[in-house]
Design a protein around this ligand. Structure first.
Ligand SMILES: [Zn+2]
Ligand SMILES: [Zn+2]
Length: 603
């Protein structure tokens, strides 16, 4: 089947992995083996011929891979056999595949094999026939298919890692071993992906962040709560100021709010019912219930609601860069990508429905200018209603039609290429999602624009229109970076820590060769600082060679070694980040060069 989809190839490769495991360790009990992004995994309780558990080591992956390749050489076909539910249960019982028996029993009694309520899909009828797939005459698995025709039609694959996983994700169930693999249609695609992974590992922000002294975690403070060092805080401030500059030019105003609120606010907004478990809750000494804010929108509605607005005063555009707090499970926390304290560069626009399009156009410009400054191309998704299920969405269908039309018009007028995500809208509003591509080709969802017709309803937000009547307004949510923590994790990896000059916490390092050069080196530092550059004086406590290596390690863009010759010369010898040769420039020209790089936010 040369035209098999990559999903089918990945899925069929998972069968092959299970077949190899059974061949090597015959009493292995199989869990499930789904397709994931770029590959697949298979959960199994690995047991040898005596039924003894086998703890897999990374070396075993090579052996498994070798066995998979020998199975491919045999060229077995995938063969479908249907049997009744009863037959299938006996069939897997006889083969000692208890987990498959459990799945089938669930399917028979509950009509579903899903464990988590959110995964549960109601089957109107319990199927009375199930299918199994044979690979050759040795290996059989419970499966709906489809597969490639024979194992020779598989693409390129590689097993990557082993992890522990509880059967069906419940920690009271037995722990299985999860074997991960990559699978692609061609060896070239697999190689390109592996190369990208190797590059991503070198750039890992969890390693680079502390190396560059940007942030730190403290056991006393807790995991998921990054602490920002002076250098890290500097970068945050620069990013924030950039966004503010773009917003200020478009009529936004700054607001500020407390980080806690009475629970009443979230009861009114509907968040309490929906997200209660994700909130950090506080009970005051007077037994009042408060919560740390997990988002800013409800607070901002109360700033808008402070007076009755005339339509002439709209839009009101509020910007607020501030932290929100979400109670995530500690196992899910990872570097800056998942944290408990999230800084949002948040903004809310309160306007009439007829003003939405113009406001979106403004946000569009901000998003493109911002991501353009990092050389990150953007892709766009229009997240719309599911036309099959209009009842799932809140509010007036006429509003939805208008809102969706406006989003599409803005995309078209900007000649943007976009995909339409039917059914991807939030239940209260359609949205525009921007997806940025980093320097090694990974994609990240970044900014989002949401047109919200729900919150104004819940908080009864209005303006007085031309006829003197109260008119319901619309609220637009528009974060540019989204979470600054997550954006910084992307940015650190995008640049591999070598930030452009305008973002570098230290732009120039000055290294006096010895004691007698210190005084004039300090004078140079002062002169450059006065010109608005961020300059670090690196005292002569170590050898020059060692200090130069330190600056390279910290990815400082410009380093100046200051000795006898330099003191006597009118020109500066400048060592550029990542380059061997020195650049010699007059002081004034050097200062001008950096000032221009900062001004232009050169990449
Ligand atoms: Zn299958
Ligand atoms: Zn919001």
């Amino acid at each position: 089947m040369p035209n098999a989809s990559v999903e089918t190839i990945r899925h069929s490769t998972a069968h092959l992995l299970a077949a190899a495991a059974i061949q090597l360790w015959p009493k292995t009990r199989l869990g499930v083996g789904p397709v994931v992004e770029h590959g697949f995994y298979y959960d199994m309780d690995v047991r040898d011929a005596e039924g003894q558990p086998v703890r897999l080591a990374p070396e075993d992956l090579a052996q498994l891979e070798g066995t998979m390749r020998s199975l491919i050489a045999r060229g077995d076909a995938f063969r479908r056999v249907e049997m009744s539910m009863e037959e299938a249960i006996t069939f897997f019982q006889e083969r000692g595949q208890d987990f498959k028996v459990e799945l089938l029993t669930d399917l028979r009694t509950k009509g579903t094999t899903a464990v988590r309520p959110e995964e549960q899909r109601e089957l109107s009828e319990v199927p009375d026939v199930v299918s199994v797939y044979w690979t050759g005459d040795q290996f059989v698995d419970l499966c709906r298919g489809p597969h490639v025709d024979t194992v020779r039609d598989l693409g390129a694959f590689a097993l990557t890692s082993i992890a522990g996983a509880y059967w069906r994700g419940k920690d009271t169930n037995p722990q299985l071993q999860r074997i991960y693999g990559l699978a692609f249609a061609t060896p070239e695609e697999l190689a390109a992906h592996q190369q990208m992974l190797a590059e991503a590992e070198k750039r890992d922000h969890k390693k680079l962040g502390p190396q560059l002294d940007l942030f730190v975690f403290s056991e006393l403070v807790g995991s998921g709560l990054p602490l920002w060092t002076p250098k890290g805080a500097m970068i945050r401030t620069l990013l924030e100021s950039f966004v503010w500059e773009l917003r200020k030019a478009r009529g936004y105003q700054r607001v500020e709010i407390p980080h806690i609120t009475k629970k009443d606010l979230y009861e009114r907004s509907g968040h309490w019912a929906k997200y209660k478990d994700d909130l950090f809750k506080i009970t005051t000494r007077e037994q009042h219930e408060f919560a740390m804010k997990p988002m800013n929108c409800p607070h901002h509605t109360q700033i808008y609601a402070r007076k009755l607005w005339s339509y002439r005063e709209l839009p009101q555009r509020y910007e607020n860069t501030t932290m929100v707090y979400r109670d995530e499970q500690s196992g899910e926390l990872a570097g800056l990508s998942r944290v408990l304290s999230i800084t949002q560069d948040d903004a809310h626009i309160f306007c009439r429905i007829a003003q939405v399009k113009e406001e979106i156009q403004k946000i569009w410009e901000i998003v493109h200018t911002f991501y353009g400054a990092f050389g990150m191309p953007l892709r766009l998704r229009l997240s719309l209603r599911d036309p099959q299920h209009p009842e799932k969405y809140l509010g007036n269908q006429g509003y939805w039609d208008q809102a969706e039309t406006m989003l599409r018009e803005v995309a078209n007028e900007n000649a943007a290429v976009y995909v339409e995500g039917l059914g991807e809208a939030a239940f209260y509003a359609p949205k525009l999602d921007f997806i940025a591509k980093d320097s090694i080709g990974r994609e990240w969802q970044v900014a989002t624009i949401q047109i919200d017709m729900n919150m104004p309803e819940r908080f009864d937000l209005t303006c007085v229109n031309e006829s003197g009547e109260r008119e319901r307004i619309v609220m637009i949510h528009a974060a540019i970076m989204g979470s600054i923590e997550r954006f910084l994790s992307v940015l650190i990896e995008h640049y591999a820590g070598a930030f452009p000059v305008w973002l570098s916490p230290v732009q120039v390092a000055v290294l006096p060769v010895g004691e007698r050069h210190v005084e004039s080196a300090r004078a140079l530092v002062q002169e450059l600082s006065d010109a608005g550059l961020r300059v670090e004086f690196v005292d002569a406590t170590e050898t020059v060679g060692k200090r130069i290596r330190q600056q390279q390690h910290m990815k400082v863009p410009y380093t100046i070694v200051w000795g006898d010759r330099e003191m006597a010369s009118a020109e500066l010898p400048i060592r550029l980040r990542g380059q061997e040769e020195l650049l010699t420039m007059a002081r004034a020209a050097f200062v001008e060069r950096i000032q221009k790089e900062i001004r232009d936010r050169s990449i």
